[in-house]
Write a protein that binds this ligand. Structure first.
Ligand SMILES: Nc1nc2c(ncn2[C@@H]2O[C@H](COP(=O)(O)OP(=O)(O)OP(=O)(O)O)[C@@H](O)[C@H]2O)c(=O)[nH]1
Ligand SMILES: [Mg+2]
Ligand SMILES: [Zn+2]
Length: 371
């Protein structure tokens, strides 16, 4: 046994807080604390966190019985976003993830499509499979959730959700039918907002399914599609990400109620989440598999990329760009551009295309605020 002590062993990082890491030798669940040596921390990394949840690391036990991380294995994939601070370092959200569930809601909080698109680009660039979860589906799937008097009160007097620029026929018709964009009244708010939201949901799903993404509607409140989600998580390492208040921790609790993660009502004043989850942490699921719950993200900074590469990370553009007259083509001003033709023909969503243009303009710079 004694000889074994100094041998390098490996384990997976399941939680990161300050300078401490919680490791477990997956698929066993036996978390123990370890620290990092300063040397390893500095090693040529431009990241604020050279070691992230999901990383496979080597560790050693010293004579006092404490554990030190001695090395980090190559990553299969990771999700990286640019930090907002002046150093403009990168932040690794997690590594070696089988699937990311990018969780969004149409209302409370309202989805930001540019955020979604930036996140998706990062998943494409780093090779992380992603599924979009459209959570709180109970808000527009009325038949599955009988309304209680409280609900009607909660939604009365709020601003309509018409701000989301879902430029589809369906959304347009709904707005016309309701005729009250932005002026919900106590008597009409729930019913009309409900229908409007349903149309927006249809528009949202159309955009992202057309682009080539899987979109799954879920509701923690009614249990809608939680069984499907459970199947998708089985024996995998999955991660939930998205804005604060979209229900990431609630979804994880729905997969395994014994985890009992902290969740919080969104702020009624700002209709946003309260940043309830503050750590990146992996949890074992009783149904098999491991799930990483993450803090809500306000904005998503893209790490540096080459302009001519960006469209490769939009699956619907990648499909047609071989037909562009010029190679490489930025799909902006070039004549004979197949991407622009597809946008004009309605085959590529104009909203996705304008996200693309905004990212090109950003030129790798980060403008939106984040945590
Ligand atoms: N109506 C409805 N509310 C939900 C659903 N899922 C979650 N919520 C509510 O949304 C609020 C926020 O849920 P959380 O799970 O704390 O959200 P989060 O994404 O983990 O938020 P952060 O930890 O701050 O990033 C809570 O009040 C939940 O009860 C759902 O499917 N339908
Ligand atoms: Mg949370
Ligand atoms: Zn082109």
């Amino acid at each position: 046994m004694k000889e074994e002590k100094n041998l390098n062993k490996s384990a997976v990082v399941v939680k990161h807080t300050g300078s401490h890491y919680l490791l477990s030798r997956l698929p066993e669940w036996n978390p123990f604390l370890a620290v990092v040596r300063g040397k390893l921390r500095l090693k040529g990394s431009v990241s604020t966190n050279p070691i992230a949840v999901g990383d496979v690391v080597d560790y050693q036990e010293d004579s006092t019985g404490s554990f030190t991380i001695t090395g980090i294995h190559d990553r299969r994939n990771c999700i990286v976003r640019k930090s907002q601070n002046l150093s403009r370092q990168n932040h690794v959200i997690a590594a070696n993830i089988d699937r990311v569930f990018l969780t969004v809601t149409l209302r409370d909080p309202e989805v930001k499509l540019q955020f979604v698109d930036r996140f998706l680009v990062t998943c494409e660039a780093y090779g992380v499979p992603v599924t979009i979860l459209l959570n709180k589906a109970d808000l527009y799937r009325g038949e599955e959730l009988p309304l209680k008097a409280n609900d009607v009160e909660n939604y009365a007097g709020r601003e309509g959700s018409g701000k989301l620029p879902l430029n589809t026929d369906a959304a347009g018709t709904a707005a016309q039918k309701s005729g009250v964009a932005g002026e919900d009244t106590e008597s009409s708010a729930y019913g009309l907002a409900d229908e409007e939201l349903a149309q927006m949901a249809a528009g949202f799903m159309q955009i992202y399914r057309n682009a080539g993404y899987e979109v799954l509607e879920t509701s923690v409140k009614t249990g809608y599609n939680i069984g499907v989600l459970k199947e998708m998580c089985k024996d995998k390492v999955v991660l939930f990400s998205g804005q604060s208040g979209v229900g990431k921790s609630s979804l994880v609790n729905a997969l395994d109620p014994s985890l009992n993660l902290k969740t919080a009502e969104i702020s009624q004043a700002h209709l946003q989440g309260r940043h309830t989850t503050t750590f990146y942490q992996m949890h074992p699921l009783s149904c098999g598999g491991f799930v990483v719950d993450t803090p809500g993200i306000r904005g998503f900074g893209l790490v540096d990329f080459k302009k001519e590469e960006l469209s490769n990370y939009f699956p619907e553009m990648l499909r047609v760009e071989d037909n562009c007259r010029f190679v490489p083509c930025t799909h902006t001003h070039e004549p004979g551009c197949a991407v622009k033709a597809a946008v004009e023909a309605g085959e590529i969503s104009p909203l996705r295309y304008s996200s693309y243009l905004a990212m090109l303009e950003d030129d790798g710079k980060y403008r939106e605020g984040d945590e």
